[in-house]
Design a protein around this ligand. Structure first.
Ligand code: SF4
Length: 319
């Protein structure tokens, strides 16, 4: 029995966002790893090189060996890595790592290759500068995300104490609670920044709500825009396409923050959206009554994954 073809009569149109897929940072990291890896001398990546299973599988075939990430290692990351790696280079991934991890890897005299995205490096430098200028750093982002944990690793002051806090919500009430419940009182000088892949609307809300709260509290506020232009460009393109589509399919790793945000952006436009890693997750009933389906993809999604998803939609719908 063949699959039903829900849109055979209406001829489904499939459109792609004008900006989607591999960003500069991911393209650069993958290229460095491809150039460095060889069958004789492997490259070891400390954790997942990017948040996409297809890219990780491709690099594995090219000779990249994945080690546990810094958060999965108790104690000295350099010593633990040196105990595993006897021959080959060791790569810091595109999301970057904290200052202490860099020091431990350097002290272990490993042959390092740094694929940290330059935009993430820029955010790390701002975090460090804020601390040197006497600010407590407030980062709008996901506290469990690798990039954010890495940025937090650059907020340690000269006494070894962290001067950083990660906040997930930009809502006024949540920020008011943060101020009133802050351990040992709210700092008198704060530096605001965001996880690079955050939504521009959320960072703008974060800054403006803290400015509103400043009216009743005595603190200095400094802000720097650490958002990535590649991500905001992809979000704008996805939003535009979502407005013109009946359904959005967003392709990317399930643990990719920027892909999750793309789906949210599409839903904010009032368009139903599904986030899939690959073609096997697509369900034919999603396409019943749909005339236009839009495709968007996260910054770590290769074009081949989007091609596979489009081919599967055509096969499911007979279009
Ligand atoms: S999304 Fe932006 S910050 Fe993240 S790796 Fe790509 S270019 Fe760098």
């Amino acid at each position: 029995m063949t699959n039903p073809s829900p849109n055979k009569k209406s001829q489904l149109a499939i459109r792609r966002a004008t900006e989607m897929g591999f960003c500069m940072g991911v393209r650069r990291a993958v290229q460095i790893m491809e150039e460095e890896a060889s069958p004789d001398v492997p490259v070891y990546s400390i954790g997942e090189i990017v948040h996409n299973p297809h890219v990780v599988a491709h690099l594995r075939e090219a000779g990249v060996v994945q080690l546990p990430g810094p958060d999965d290692i108790d104690g000295d990351v350099g010593a633990a890595t040196a105990a595993t790696v006897k021959n080959g280079r060791v790569a810091i991934t595109a999301h970057g790592v904290g200052e202490k991890v860099v020091q431990e890897l350097t002290a272990a005299e490993l042959d390092l290759v740094d694929t940290t995205c330059p935009i993430v490096t820029r955010a790390q430098r701002y975090a460090q500068k804020f601390v040197r200028d006497g600010c407590h750093v407030l980062i709008l982002g996901d506290p469990g995300h690798k990039e954010v944990r890495g940025i937090m690793g650059w907020t340690t002051d000269a006494s070894g104490e962290s001067r950083g806090t990660v906040i997930e919500s930009a809502e006024l009430d949540d920020l008011a609670a943060l101020i009133s419940d802050f351990p040992r009182g709210f700092p008198n000088k704060v530096g605001l920044m965001a996880q690079t892949t955050n939504k521009v609307e959320d960072f703008a809300k974060f800054v403006s709500n803290l400015m509103l709260l400043q009216r009743n509290e005595n603190f200095d506020l400094h802000a720097v825009n650490t958002l990535c232009h590649a991500t905001t460009g992809q979000q704008n393109a996805a939003a535009t396409l979502a407005r013109e589509s009946d359904l959005m399919i967003v392709v990317g790793g399930k643990n990719s923050a920027n892909t999750r945000h793309l789906r949210e952006v599409c839903e904010a436009e009032g368009t139903r959206a599904f986030h899939v890693e690959g073609p096997t997750e697509l369900q034919s009933d999603w396409f019943y009554g749909i005339n236009v389906v839009g495709l968007a993809a996260g910054a770590s999604t290769p074009d081949s994954s989007v091609d596979d998803v489009e081919a599967r939609i055509r096969s499911l719908t007979g279009s």
